[in-house]
Design a protein around this ligand. Structure first.
Ligand SMILES: *Cc1c(COP(=O)(O)O)cnc(C)c1O
Length: 396
């Protein structure tokens, strides 16, 4: 990879209430670290606005770094990347969450690969191929045990046969065979081996019938990190590329050579002295234990700060950790500064890489009874993203 312009995380932009800094150098390094773990190609999963990091800047950075596959959940997410100028010869884009009446024709015209889990989807796709005259690139998805999307084993032979008939007519090309894990983040979970075996049989059946896939793919982030036998031709890491550990009980990001990409910072909007026994925020679920100082942090659940962080979310101010005092409101929350008097306007580090001693998205996930996945993904559109460390695009 190129020598990373490691910028570290910059200070909050002057005058800004809150912002999420997105360290694209860390993103590149994470992609390189993931790439070094496998002989398979990488798909950068940029669904859900790249887990809150910004789909287009992250997709562009990944492509500039040499990644040739992008993954989205919805077709609209895939189409937005094409509309923004990511061309088919730069990157294949696969989208996998279709509903009846979806934008099949636009996907075909935009050269977006589509996932098909059942006959209804194949039928709608074939109608759109006949309408547009553009053949489809299809990834057939097997349900090997997740029990979510994907084709059940007993329907697989029929789906494969129908796809091969359409391929023989020149309407589609079956370019991928794929599936998704239920518990790759729990090594030794009995479903893991069942799914590996199920995928091997689904692939063997399709190949015996004549499917010649470009890519067979199964591995998400935990499988990319922990299960090399699942890598096949392509791995689909999402969370890990954003520098977070999908298996925090097994390894920190640093243990896997990863660095968190997003840092969320706000600016103290008010610092004031209050007497003991003072209720704080809606419902008074916190009462000051004695004379103290309170700091007002101007972000709330409208910005994606979970209400479950009430009385538990950690922040760092002037080098010290404090805890959310009382309820997180729509636009703001309060911390008990315990008598400290940082200046109004002081930076509040909600989460980041941890390199400055600040909490991480993992810490917030633990505090809120959820995953780091949810913490970063839900950071709302009211929080501006600031991109730092963009590369020169000369490749991994
Ligand atoms: C979200 C998703 C991924 C990436 O999952 P991570 O655990 O974030 O790596 C891969 N494949 C599919 C089908 C997904 O929906």
């Amino acid at each position: 990879m190129t020598t990373a312009k490691t910028t570290g995380t910059p200070a909050l932009t002057h005058g800004v209430r809150a912002e999420a800094a997105i360290d694209l150098a860390a993103l590149r390094e994470n992609l390189a670290a993931l790439g070094a773990r496998t002989d398979a190609a990488l798909m950068a999963v940029v669904k859900a606005d790249a887990y809150g990091h910004g789909a287009l800047p992250c997709a562009r950075e990944a492509v500039a770094a040499g990644v040739r596959w992008l993954g989205t959940a919805t077709p609209e997410e895939a189409l937005a990347l094409r509309a923004a100028g990511i061309r088919p010869e730069q990157a294949r884009i696969l989208c996998w969450l279709w509903t009846p009446g979806g934008p099949w024709a636009q996907a075909l015209r935009s050269h977006v690969d589509v996932s098909v889990s059942g006959r209804w989807a194949l039928d709608e796709l074939l109608a759109a191929v006949r309408e547009t005259g553009v053949p489809g690139r299809v990834h057939l998805k097997a349900d090997t045990g997740l029990g979510r999307n994907g084709c059940q084993p007993h329907d697989w032979p029929e789906l494969v046969a129908a796809a091969l008939r359409a391929q023989a007519e020149g309407l589609i090309e079956v370019v991928g065979l794929w599936s998704h894990f239920a518990a790759a983040d729990e090594p030794g979970h009995p479903s893991v081996q069942v799914q590996l075996d199920g995928f091997a049989s689904a692939v063997a059946h399709a190949e015996a019938q004549g499917v010649r896939p470009e890519v067979r793919h199964l591995a998400n982030s935990p499988a990319t990190l922990l299960l090399p036998q699942s890598h096949y031709d392509l791995v689909r890491p999402g969370l890990a590329m954003y520098g977070l550990s999908p298996v925090p009980d097994i390894g920190t990001p640093a243990d896997f050579g990863l660095r968190p990409v997003m840092s969320l910072t706000a600016r103290l909007a008010l610092v004031k002295t209050v007497p003991g026994g003072h209720g704080v925020s809606y419902g008074h679920h916190y009462t000051t234990p004695g004379d103290t100082t309170l700091g007002l942090v101007p972000v709330g659940y409208a910005d994606g700060i979970p209400r479950h962080a009430s009385n538990t979310g950690p922040v760092q101010i002037s080098g010290k950790w404090h805890t959310v005092a009382g309820r997180v409101a729509m636009d703001q929350f309060v911390v008990d500064l315990g008598g400290d008097t940082p200046p109004v306007g002081e930076e509040v580090l909600l989460f980041g890489s941890g390199e400055r001693g600040e909490p991480t998205a993992e810490d917030w996930g633990r505090a809120c009874g959820t995953l780091s996945y949810e913490i970063v993904t839900r950071i709302g559109s009211r929080v501006p993203r600031r991109y730092v460390g963009a590369g020169d695009g000369s490749g991994l």
